[in-house]
Write a protein that binds this ligand. Structure first.
Ligand code: PLP
Length: 369
């Protein structure tokens, strides 16, 4: 097994040595230095999402991204309210599952996994269903790698006077997005995606006035985003044990995002990663599942070669032994594996990955162009 492991995954992902090193220090959860880290993280995340930081707040929630999504749905959708989910993949389906499980009246509009959600259809549905209060949509659908037109969805939702919750788990920090311009009311992402930290918490960017109106709405104590925000504002602390080392690592990851030049520069690196990957795949005769115009910069679905000798588990293991970890799992309708292009990965890593793929394909008896 190679000592050096690169994760070509959508998170947890490859992190820098300095982000990992930031976890070496222990912090007391009530220590003033740690409370200052929390405050800086909250303030910096708001600044990454908006040019109007006075109108927004950031609530950090323990747990993975799903905990933040469930908390946000349960805190923001009114008790008697109705949610519309626009979905084109597994994470959109999860939004529906989470909402239904906590008793939210939920409607859905469904697109195939290789098509973007269509704002015109959402517009027509909202016109016919005035009972809807909130719309939820995934920004980068990590199932396939497609990026949905979230700002166009936001414009339609605003036109109807409704609220928009964006699951921007795999895109926030890696794809430029202005929350105000996109008419998003609450956005959820997590520590181990494009900010390039390690797993352990999610964060919610939400309009302050909206969150202030959500007292007592949450369907859960631990996932009450309003109560968590109140405590963070009051004492600067989490209500329950915070993931201290993870927050220290994330604080370092935010500093490294600034050093890199911010979201636009990081996005440009991810785009270069993607184009290097696509070129390498083409040279191997491997096809991507999405057409190029729909292929986002976060993750790429790659079709299995059309050859009965292709053995994905063996392909995966042979690459892992060389230090390259792919992302198994796939879109529903086709045999694919996925390659993440986010994290501490650079174009040269994709040249090395596709060279290793060539060797492994040949070892399986599969010819390449
Ligand atoms: C778009 C999207 N939503 C939600 C999630 C769920 O996040 P987690 O696995 O951290 O709970 C993911 C995870 O990759 C995701 O990509």
């Amino acid at each position: 097994m190679s000592e050096r492991t690169l994760l070509f995954t959508p998170g947890p992902l490859t992190t820098s040595a300095t982000v990992k090193a930031a976890m070496q220090r222990d912090f007391g959860s009530r220590d003033a230095r740690f409370i200052a880290i929390i405050a800086e993280i909250r303030q910096q995340l708001v600044t990454l999402g908006t040019e109007r930081p006075d109108l927004w707040t950031c609530v950090l929630m323990q747990g993975s991204g799903t905990f933040g999504v469930e908390g946000t749905l349960g805190t923001i959708v009114p008790r008697e309210g109705t949610l519309l989910v626009a979905q084109n993949g597994a994470y959109g389906r999860r939004l529906i599952d989470l909402a239904q499980r906590i008793g939210i009246a939920t409607q859905s509009l469904v697109w195939p996994e290789n098509a973007q959600v269509d704002p015109h259809v959402i517009d027509a549905h909202l016109a016919q269903h005035p009972e809807i209060d909130v719309v939820a949509c995934v920004h980068s659908e990590t199932t396939s790698g497609i990026v949905n037109p979230i700002a166009e969805v936001g414009a339609v939702v605003k036109k109807h006077g409704k609220l928009l919750i964006a699951d921007a788990m795999s895109s926030f920090g890696g794809v430029p997005l202005d929350l105000d311009a996109a008419n998003i009311d609450a956005l959820v992402s997590s520590s181990n995606k494009c900010i390039e930290g390690v797993p352990g918490f999610s964060f919610v960017l939400v309009r302050r006035a909206l969150l202030d109106a959500c007292a007592g709405r949450a369907r859960s104590v631990s996932l009450d985003v309003y109560a968590q925000g109140q405590e963070l504002d009051r004492s600067g602390q989490f209500r329950f044990t915070p993931p201290t080392q993870v927050l220290a690592a994330f604080h370092q990851a935010l500093a490294e995002l600034r050093e890199e030049g911010g979201i636009a520069v990081r996005n440009a690196r991810y785009l270069r990663n993607r184009s290097t990957l696509l070129r390498g795949l083409e040279q191997l005769g491997l096809k991507t599942w999405l057409p190029p115009e729909l292929q986002g910069p976060i993750i790429t679905s790659v079709c299995y070669p059309d050859d009965p000798r292709f053995d994905f588990p063996a392909f995966y293991e042979a690459l892992a032994a060389r230090g390259f970890t792919l992302y198994p799992g796939k879109v529903s309708q086709a045999n694919c594996f996925r390659v993440g292009t986010i994290g501490q990965l650079f174009p040269a890593d994709f040249v090395a990955l596709t060279a290793a793929m060539r060797e492994v394909l040949h070892a399986q008896g599969i010819a390449t162009p």
